[in-house]
Design a protein around this ligand. Structure first.
Ligand code: NCD
Length: 324
């Protein structure tokens, strides 16, 4: 068991969930039991929001939302999650207006924010930044994306959406399409799905292939997978088509980006080749990968994913602060 961080005096309604006072840095922290717990709480959060809009579970608690990279969904869903549970938020979405611009280091910024807040959500361009922040912080740190590394809370909401939409994660064929090299969401989701009965198709241009270390995790867990650059080859077999944006900001050579940017477009024509119960997922933002004509197809799950993100983040905040 990891060290329990300082989240205030143990609450009277404390639930021994294994998350109390913990950092959330990687999907490797989650086994099936922990996933079931978070998904159960997320489900309750949905009911709570639909019935009452908000609650006072985290009243008196403060979240510092620290984003060194652009974000719409992750940052606002963490904010909404905290506000709907009765807590408050210090939003730092524009680090250029903070002392980061004056040269303040990540450890010092984190030490500052934890003097005011009970939990820190961090997005940062460097792999391992969340772990570094967690090392220095006495308060829990939640990784909201560390460069091309991981995006654990996105993977949780992705898996939650699969379970909600398809009923279970049994005997599924999951195709991941697009920028598998730089896309942190597919790294985290793959590492989470290896715990289940899943076969993978990794679909990308060769220069954007899934990194070997992630493929090693898949191999180690004994899953079979196919690697191809053709979405047509996999579309008929897929139960889940997980589409990603080519991560322009990670390229050093923009000419190379231009060569691969519009490699895949999921449109109505392609959807006619898919199973009737397949779901199309995307962490968003989309650039050109999914045509707007697909949005009204009931198989388009990306807007449901977005809503689920708030419920999952409500569950995580409550669990970490000991109130779930
Ligand atoms: C993703 C991210 O930041 O990694 N966005 C998100 O959090 N929903 C995906 C992306 O930016 O392409």
């Amino acid at each position: 068991m990891a060290e329990i961080k300082d989240v205030g005096r143990l609450p009277a309604d404390y639930a021994a969930n294994g998350f109390y006072g913990q950092d959330i840095l990687s999907v490797s922290q989650f086994d099936k039991e922990k996933l079931a717990y978070i998904f159960g709480v997320a489900h309750e959060m949905r009911v709570l929001v639909e019935r009452f809009g908000s609650a006072d579970l985290l009243q008196g608690k403060i979240l510092a939302n620290l984003f060194y990279e652009p974000s719409t969904r992750t940052s606002s869903s963490f904010m909404a999650a905290m506000l709907r549970l009765g807590g408050q938020v210090i939003p730092i979405n524009n680090v250029q207006y903070s002392s980061v611009t004056k040269g303040e280091s990540l450890p010092d910024t984190v030490r500052t924010l934890e003097s005011y807040a009970d939990v820190i959500v961090l997005r940062h361009p460097e792999v391992g930044a969340a772990a570094t922040a967690a090392h220095y912080a006495r308060k829990p740190v939640i990784n909201a994306g560390d460069g091309v590394g991981e995006h654990p809370t996105q993977a949780l909401l992705d898996l939650f959406t699969i379970v909600e939409d398809l009923g279970s994660v049994q005997n599924l064929r999951v195709a991941m399409v697009g920028d598998l090299k730089y896309g942190r969401t597919v790294h985290s989701l793959t590492k989470l799905l290896v715990n289940y009965d899943v076969t993978f198709d990794f679909v990308s241009p060769e220069i954007l292939a899934m990194p070997e270390d992630v493929l090693d995790v898949v191999r180690r867990h004994g899953h079979s997978f196919r690697v191809t650059d053709s979405v047509h080859e996999v579309i008929g077999d897929a139960d889940v088509l997980y589409v990603t944006r080519v991560q322009k900001e990670r390229f050093t050579d923009l000419a190379q980006y231009d060569r691969v940017r519009d490699h895949y477009v999921v449109d109505e024509e392609l959807m006619t080749k898919a199973k009737p119960h397949m779901i199309v997922m995307h962490p968003l933002p989309r650039v050109n990968e999914i045509a707007y004509g697909v949005d009204d197809d009931p198989r388009a799950a990306y807007f449901r994913q977005m809503r689920n993100g708030m419920y999952i983040r409500m569950a995580l905040l409550a669990a970490v602060l000991g109130k779930a």
